[in-house]
Each structure stands twice: as C-alpha cells, then as structure tokens.
Design a protein around this ligand. Structure first.
Ligand code: BZD
Length: 799
C-alpha cells in the first residue's frame, strides 16, 4: 500500500512536470523526471532551510564559516532522500509512475567542484555541521566547469570539460540581492550568491553552502563605451566573468596563475563582505566580528582572508591596526593539508602588486611587526628571520601564503596525528617554537550517511538489524558488532552483503567497459588522484611481478586489480603511470595463461558517484604512499568502514586506522617516515635495492622492453629513468616488503572465514573516522561554536 508520503511525492512530481518542466508525460525525458523528483524533494526541505535561517537570525548565534576554494559534493538527490528519510517513499512514488528511482538518481550530473580529498573533506564537513546542528555557512566558488572529465584511451588520459550546469541545477537558489564588488587590479568584479541547502540527518537543520559567481558591473570599462567601442567593452565584461568559469585541476602542485589569485581574492572578499552584512543586519558592531564568526581556512587557498579582513576593518570601517589585528587573529584558524614543498602556495610580489596592491601593503606591515617581535625573541639570528618571513627572498620575491595563514590564525591544524607532528617538526618548526599552543591536530573523518547509508544499502540494512540504526549519527556504535564477531551464521551474511557490492561493481565494469571479472576474486583497489607520492607505480610493479609468477606456473589466488583517479593535465609522469596501468591491463586481460587469476581494470573518470559504487566492493584497500607524504587520506577510511582490509604504510591516517582496527587486521609494510628521512640523509640511491632484487629487476626490464607498449621501448623511459636514478618517492626501498605483505594477503584470503572476520573488525572499529567526530572537535576546541537545534514552525506552506 502506498504511504501518504509516497502519494504526496507522486502528486508533487506530476505537478512539477507541468508547472516546472512545462511538459506532458508524452514528451518527458528521464532527465525531466529526475528534475521533477529533485524539485519535489526540494519542496520538502525548504521548510527546514527557511526555519534554520530564521532561527540563526533571531537568536544571533555564533557561526562557523568554512572558507574553501573546493567542494566535491557529489550528487544531492539520494543523499537528501536519505537525510529526509524519504528513500522508500520516493521509490514507491517512482514505481507508481512507471519510473525507476535508481535511473532518476543516475540522471543527476555531479557537482565536481573539487580536485580530490581536500574538496571532498569540505563536503563531508558541511553535512556533519548540519547533522550536529551547528550554525555554519560554507563559502566557495560556483565554478561553471568543475573538475575535467577523464576518458581513458589506449594512449592514456584524455581530458574534456564538465558542463555540469548545462541542464540547470534544481538544488540552488540565486540571491542577486546579496552581491558584492571586489576590486582586482584596475577592475571591479561582482560576486553573486548562489545558495544550496545542506541537510542534516534526522534533524531540522538545513545549513547553507553559498557559492559566488562572477559578473561584471554594467558600468564595466565604460571608457570604451564612451569612446564608442561597445564591442570592446562587452569583451572586457566577458573576461571579468571568466573568474568563476573553471576549477583549476592541479592537485598538490602550485601553478601560480594570475586567474587563480583572482579567484581567491574574489571568493574571500565576497564572503567577508557577506559576513559584515549579516553582522550589521543583526544590529551588532563591527568590533563584534570575532564574537559572531569563527572562520576556518581550508588550506591556503583562502589565506588572503588575513589581509582582506584587515583591509575591510581598517579601510571600510575605520578600525585602528591593533584592534583590527586582534579581531582578525581571534576569528581565523587554518587547516594545512600537505607537507609537499611543491604544493605550498607562494605568489610573486609583482603579480600581487598588480592585482592586490593594498593587500600587499598590509601583508608587508604584518610582516614588519611580526619580524620585529621575532627579532626580540631570537636576537642576532638572521637565518631564522629569513625562514619565517612572510616574504621569500630570492631571484623573485614571493609571498608565502602558509606563513600568512599561520601568523594570522589562533589555531593551525594538520589532518592526522603524524601529519600534525611533522608540521610542528619540519614545515612550521620555527613558527611552532614561537607559538607552540597554536598548533594542534584534528584527524579527518568521512560522513557515514553518504559513505555507508547511501553507498552501501545492503550493509546498512544488515547493521540496522544487528545493532540498531543509531550508527548513522553515533558511528562508535559499530562496536556493537563485537557480539557477532564469532557468529558463523552472521559472518556468512556479512560475506553475502560484501558479495553484493562486488557483483554490482563487476556488472558496471562489464556494462560500461566490456571487461569481464570474476566477482569472487579478491578485489584489490587503489582509487585516488594519480601522483608519484601515492605510488600507483609501486602497485604496477607488483602486478607485473604477479603476471610473471603466474606465467611461470605459480598458483596464485585470483585477483582483480582496480585503479581509478585523475592526473593533473600538466603532470606528465602521472599521466605516464596511467598509460602504464592501461598497458598492463591490455596485456594481462588478454593473456589466456592467466586463466582467471589476474585482471587489471582502470576505471575512467573516478568521481564521488563512482566512489559510492567502488568503496563497498573493496576487499583490499591500497594505501601505499611514501611514509611522511600523505597528510591523511580519507579513501582509506571509506574503504575500511565498508569492510575492506588495508595494505598500507605507516602514513597519514593509516596509522590511526591500524591502531583502531588492530595490527592483526591490517597488512603493514614499508619504511617509516623517520626511516624514509634517514634514507635521504645517507644519500639514497635506488640501484643497490634493485640489484639485490631479481623479481623487481625482471619487472622493470619487461616494462622497458616494450611488452606493455606494443613494442615501444621509449614510451615508459621517463618513468623507468626516474625510478632507477633518483626514485624520489623511494619505491625501490619498499618494493620487497610490499611483496612480502602481498604474499601474506594471498595466504589470508585463502582462509575465507579469517578474511570475513578481518573485514568485520575493520567496519566494527572504524567509528572514530566519522566526520561528526572531526567536526565536534573543531567546534569545541577551535571554533567554540555550540549546538542550536531548529524548531520547525507550524503553518509554513506545505508542498
Ligand atoms: O587533502 C588532500 C591530502 O592529500 C590528503 O592526504 C587529505 O586526506 C585530504 C583532506 O585533508 N589534499 C588535497 O586533496 N589537495 C588538493 O586537492 C589540492 C587542490 C588544489 C591545490 C592544491 C591541492
């Protein structure tokens, strides 16, 4: 029998087909039906959204504002259905209209407004802040084109654009009344707010994600207008609007582009002006800014906020330097996401001077005062002053954005224990000596709603039955699985659920890629951005070794290696790693000698939606970065939460995952961060490691012989040369121990009961890795923002 919810949803969808899509069912496409359902769902969350804004305004609440250049949101529809508790009603409504809910969900283009972990973390955090009923606003950029689409051809990665807005976006509301001018060089650009609701789970809270879109003011370049050069004026207007056109696809690589600095000041200035508008609207004083708002900088991309907030306080509101500085440093805190030197943002002072002369002047003044203080602390030590200065001296003077962020913040955090320790010991050692209490750790987390409830319904149902449904908001309740850890009937069901996830992925690979894989084989998965430090090439070498062993007659248990991830378009070596994986897949998958024991698949265009399909299907989670390089990782958490066992180094959050799930449920290998550093000090060279390892030598030779490149012996030369001459990420130092750990995996896999218990223990002990825990920690220790429950008013218009 249809529920009242499903009947109402059905009628609402029918209404929207007529009133919003202006169609009858005879002309309606699947996408029309998706939009109708999305709009019907939106109607049902508007009340929460409006009431939340109302509550926050009425109660003058202290608010966290999250500043991030990236939000890798993933599709909204299914997540909103889960958070509203309307999945079943929507399924019934669709069925009664002859539609499939799954097909409509698949119609939504995903907002890919981020590169990888950093952007996805921002999205998990928004959802957790709403679920914890914390007053919060997310600020960012409404890129017209998100992260590029990746196609995989025989030649490797090919990029194309992501026109995610082509069919419109039912989840956003434009707010032209909230738009602000931003001066960049000679020009003024206007930022217009587009708001998207972020629903909490099981609460009335719906917070706002506010993304800025650039438009040129009408009076833009009116000198040209007056001179009669109308076309030129319009062209200049278009140029201004390119500001929010495209997301830069560089992950862990600083490019220093003019447009990128413009994007940063653009969204930061709009966001700060918006905060002043809110402050004033509530009758508060400008000097109350730090009492009203806690600003979190997601890496250095919004670090210009330090100078821009100072500028607004002084130039727009007439506040003196010292008061402005106290307000600024009492408001801002900064999260670092990388230790890699090549990823640290710096801007040439010349470019800065052209685009942001006043902000540069303020940065110089901040630096002068900061160095004056430091000189008193370290008299006569000019070395330390050079190292901590906000300005890097050299052939070209550059502004160090990370230093600006540290100096302008009350708290600075890393994203996993090891990372935060290394920040204090290395990257920010001098600054941490000056302000030890400023530095702290907040280990990352992921939202259990999207990454378990949405991604893995069969597992969610089994958990509900076994331990009740509170795990969705109290993930530590997964501990309750302990009662079933030795229950063989339960372990059978556990395996059956995991099997479903693997079958689903296998079907996708057959349907979309034409690759047949045995879903009972061990699914060994590495999905993440392609980067040398993440060492996809270490996995590639291991696969080539396996291939040779099977060809030599060894009987290894069947494995399917699955890769996915994008390479920055300008990162030649990362693209070559993709080319190698594709080359290996082509040879291995065609070789009858493998006899079902080895398959390799590269999944094109890895995304949030694909992640939802992949994570539940993972048996073995590959987390094999060079120790000391991966700040945290969050895919490692998603996989373990869904019951994967990790093979990994002591890097990032792997360490904490292993501590939680137990060493006996984790395959550890490789040098520690400390040992890796030692290797460097004692003049590391890969050759001695290679010489004493015939297996890896053979693998390298086979790759060099053209075996995986249709006879082309040159193709992989740059990669092989790097591995055998410098090996910057110490692949050769870890290859033998990785092999040992992989052999241990083979053995463990043969004992299916043992594997099922290891899998269950991973899920059971992963409660710590909820983003709710991360956010509660930020709110209590860093933001001092408290819970504000939202009462929904009666009498609001019903959909
Ligand atoms: O941030 C990642 C780190 O590499 C991960 O270890 C960590 O888990 C996540 C979340 O804290 N960093 C990124 O994803 N970085 C970027 O995407 C990025 C984007 C633009 C410019 C520089 C880096």
């Amino acid at each position: 029998m249809a529920s009242a919810d499903s009947q109402a949803l059905k009628e609402s969808m029918q209404g929207h087909l007529f009133f919003s899509q202006a169609k009858s069912s005879s002309l309606a496409t699947s996408h029309d039906h998706y939009r109708c359902l999305a709009l019907a769902v939106r109607d049902r969350l508007l009340k929460n959204w409006v009431d939340t804004a109302d509550t926050y305004t009425r109660e003058h609440v202290r608010t966290a504002t999250y500043l991030s250049a990236e939000y890798l949101l993933g599709p909204h529809l299914e997540n909103n259905l889960v958070n509203l508790g309307l999945v079943e009603a929507a399924r019934e409504a669709c069925a009664s209209l002859g539609l499939s809910l799954e097909e409509l969900i698949a119609e939504e283009p995903e907002p890919g407004l981020g590169n990888g972990g950093l952007g996805r973390l921002a999205a998990c955090f928004q959802e957790s802040m709403a679920t914890l009923e914390l007053p919060a606003i997310g600020y960012g950029i409404r890129y017209e084109f998100g992260i590029f689409r990746q196609q995989i051809t025989p030649h490797g990665q090919v990029e194309s654009t992501d026109p995610w807005l082509a069919h419109g976006n039912p989840w956003e509301v434009i707010r032209p009344e909230w738009s602000y001018p931003v001066q960049i060089g000679e020009h003024t650009v206007i930022g217009v707010a587009y708001d998207t609701p972020i629903l909490g789970y099981g609460v009335n809270t719906a917070n706002t994600l506010r993304l800025w879109s650039a438009v040129a003011p009408e009076a833009f370049d009116f000198a040209s207008f007056n001179a009669g050069d109308y076309t030129r004026a319009v062209l200049r207007k278009m140029q201004a609007e390119t500001l929010s056109k495209v997301l830069y696809p560089n992950d862990e690589l600083d490019q220093g582009k003019r447009l990128r600095l413009s994007q940063q000041i653009f969204f930061v200035s709009c966001s700060l002006q918006d905060m002043f508008r809110i402050l004033r609207g509530q009758g508060l004083e400008v000097t109350d800014f730090h009492r009203k708002f806690a600003l979190q900088l997601n890496d250095t991309h919004p670090a210009i906020a330090v100078a821009e907030l100072m500028r607004l306080l002084m130039d727009e509101y007439g506040i003196d330097w010292d008061t402005a500085w106290s307000i600024t440093t009492a408001s801002i805190s900064y999260t670092n996401h990388t230790l890699l030197p090549e990823a640290l943002e710096t801007w040439g002072v010349e470019l800065f001077e052209q685009l942001l002369p006043r902000q540069l002047e303020i940065i110089y003044e901040i630096n002068t005062r900061f160095l004056r203080m430091a000189r008193i602390r370290y008299p006569g030590d000019s070395q330390i002053l050079q190292r901590i200065s906000l300005i890097e001296e050299g052939p070209q003077r550059r502004v160090r954005m990370a230093h600006l962020a540290v100096v302008g913040s009350h708290h600075v955090n890393g994203v996993a224990e090891l990372h935060s320790t290394l920040l204090k010991q290395n990257l920010f050692a001098d600054l941490a000596r000056i302000w030890p209490e400023r530095f702290t750790n907040v280990t990352n987390g992921v939202t259990p709603r999207r990454w378990l409830a949405v991604a893995n319904p069969p597992l969610a149902a089994l958990l509900d039955e076994a331990i009740g449904d509170r795990w969705r908001t109290h993930l530590e309740e997964l501990q309750g699985l302990a009662a079933f850890a030795d229950d063989s009937a339960f372990l059978e069901r556990w395996q059956a659920v995991r099997d479903l996830g693997k079958q689903r992925l296998a079907q996708y690979m057959r349907r979309e890629l034409g690759v047949l894989v045995d879903h009972t084989s061990l699914f060994d998965v590495q999905v993440k951005r392609i980067h040398e430090y993440k060492r996809q090439h270490l996995a590639a070498l291991q696969i080539v070794e396996r291939y040779l062993r099977i060809r030599a007659g060894e009987d290894l248990p069947p494995r399917t290696f699955v890769f996915g991830g994008k390479a920055a378009p300008g990162y030649a070596l990362a693209k070559l790693i993709i080319r190698l994986l594709v080359g290996i897949a082509d040879v291995v998958n065609m070789d009858p000698a493998m006899d079902g024991r080895l398959k390799v698949v590269f999944l094109p265009n890895f995304s949030v939606s694909l992640g939802q399909l992949v994570y539940p299907a993972v048996d073995l989670s590959e987390q094999i970065s060079t120790a000391g390089k991966e700040a945290s990782g969050t895919g490692n958490m998603k996989m373990a939460l869904n019951g994967a066992v990790t093979i990994g180094t002591l890097d990032g959050a792997n360490i904490e995952i292993r501590d939680c799930v137990g060493a006996e449920n984790f395959f550890l290998f490789g040098h520690t961060a400390e040992q890796i550093e030692q290797l460097g000090h004692s003049g590391y060279h890969p050759m001695p490691w290679i010489e004493q390892d015939p297996a890896v030598r053979q693998a390298l030779e086979l790759i060099g012989s053209g075996y995986f490149s249709e006879g082309d012996r040159e193709l992989f030369h740059p990669l092989l040369a790097s591995l055998t001459s410098h090996d910057p990420f110490r692949v050769m130092a870890d290859v033998a121990d990785y092999r040992r750990a992989q052999n241990a995996v083979d053995e463990a896999w043969l004992d299916r009961g043992r594997w099922a218990r290891m899998s269950l223990h991973n899920t059971m002990r992963c409660g710590f890795f909820s983003s709710d825990r991360s956010i509660a920690d930020y709110a209590e220790r860093i933001w001092k923002v408290g819970r504000v429950p939202v009462q929904t008013s009666a009498g609001a218009p019903a959909p």
